[in-house]
Ligand binder design. Structure first.
Ligand code: NAP
Length: 328
């Protein structure tokens, strides 16, 4: 038997423990071409909140009573695919569970001598890739520009802020605690705590691009601060994900017209062909230490729902992960 979470109820507002149930499920044997993987690190991500609402967007919703798939890093315990051997580190979409059987072609093997395997869920995985795609392909940002990154101490935000800085931009970043602000400042980011300083005031000098992770008042402030022909890289809107009803959009959207702004949303999965180019540029920065990363690691499979809820409380610095098993 193995343990896995299922969705017990669709969250209303913020996710709560009773929305999830930890179940025991029988283990199936891997067939030819399949691999059994034991999870070590499980990712909790803001986009999962949208999948819990039952509405089909760019990914299918989680079903009541169904498993909660998502990114995870683990080790191969039994392989019926010649590309994988026992002990290999792999990234899968096994999600919120202890272990499972996966088709080999759906796994990506990791080399732990190149980077710690957990980074495949953060700086060198989907969040870092999201930051890079947003800046390079969507925003097409340039050296000398000023960019505002909201949620700058989170997984995507801390990658976006640092990549922008490494590309020669002046970076202003917002975060929700003094400790996060201090960390960002140590990285050369002009950081402010949005509970203390209104984004509108922090951006009074003007910006050329806005990397939006938060939406709401941050988006309004970004639109107000953008210079003519500036760009909003619309990545996410975490301040709105737990809303019980849709709030009116930015009140100053007409500035898009008067300032000839560009606002482009994107979903990182559409750009998977660019993943090797991302790793080629960002991997060396991580290995040299020019690009640093933080992880907030919660221990214990049973704590996954609380770690997920913690994303909406701002509990994490850098990438939020749950360690569900030993790494040896
Ligand atoms: P994250 O930033 O590591 O974690 C969430 C953070 O959001 C929290 O730590 C908290 O930090 C902040 N937050 C929570 N509620 C907030 C609120 N009401 N107002 C302001 N800040 C709030 O998460 P992530 O994985 O990096 O994701 C960041 C954003 O990118 C999300 O909007 C996500 O949906 C989006 N995303 C988009 C794509 C894509 O393909 N477009 C892919 C991945 C992620 P503070 O302490 O600073 O408040």
């Amino acid at each position: 038997m193995t343990r896995a979470f299922v969705l017990a109820a669709r969250p209303e507002g913020g996710p709560k423990p009773s929305d999830f149930e930890l179940c025991h499920t029988p283990e199936s044997a891997p067939a030819e071409g399949e691999v059994r993987v034991r999870n070590v690190f499980v990712s909790v991500d803001p986009y999962m909140r949208g999948r819990m609402t039952g509405v089909h967007t760019y990914v299918p919703p989680y079903e009541i009573g169904g498993s909660i798939d998502g990114a995870a890093v683990g080790r191969v315990v039994e392989s019926h695919d010649e590309r994988f051997a026992e002990g290999d580190w792999v990234v899968s979409q096994l999600g919120w569970c202890e272990a499972g059987v996966v088709a080999g072609h759906r796994l990506r093997k990791l080399d732990p001598s190149v980077a710690p395997p957990s980074t495949a869920l953060g700086m060198l995985g989907m969040p870092g890739f999201t930051a890079w795609i947003g800046l390079v392909d969507i925003g097409r940002v340039s050296e000398g520009e000023t960019i505002y990154v909201s949620g700058a101490a989170g997984a995507v935000g801390s990658a976006a802020a640092q990549i922008a800085r490494l590309k020669g931009l002046r970076v202003i970043g917002s975060a929700g605690t003094a400790a996060k602000v201090e960390w960002l400042r140590s990285l050369g980011i002009e950081a402010f705590d949005y509970h203390e300083t209104r984004p509108k005031e922090a951006l009074a000098d003007g910006i050329d691009a806005y990397f939006d992770n938060v939406g709401g008042v941050h988006l309004e402030a970004g639109l107000a601060a953008l210079r003519p022909h500036g760009c909003v890289i619309a990545c996410g809107a975490i301040s709105r994900y737990n809303d019980l009803r849709a709030e009116p959009g930015p009140r100053n959207l007409f500035l898009m017209v008067t300032k000839r702004l560009r606002l482009q949303g994107f979903i990182v999965f559409d750009h998977n062909d660019r993943f090797p180019a991302f790793l080629a540029e960002v991997g060396p920065w991580v290995r040299s230490g020019e690009l640093t990363y933080r992880e907030t690691i919660v221990d214990g499979l049973e704590n996954i729902p609380d770690a997920f809820a913690g994303l909406f409380r701002g509990d994490n610095v850098g990438k939020m992960l749950v360690r569900v098993g030993p790494d040896d």
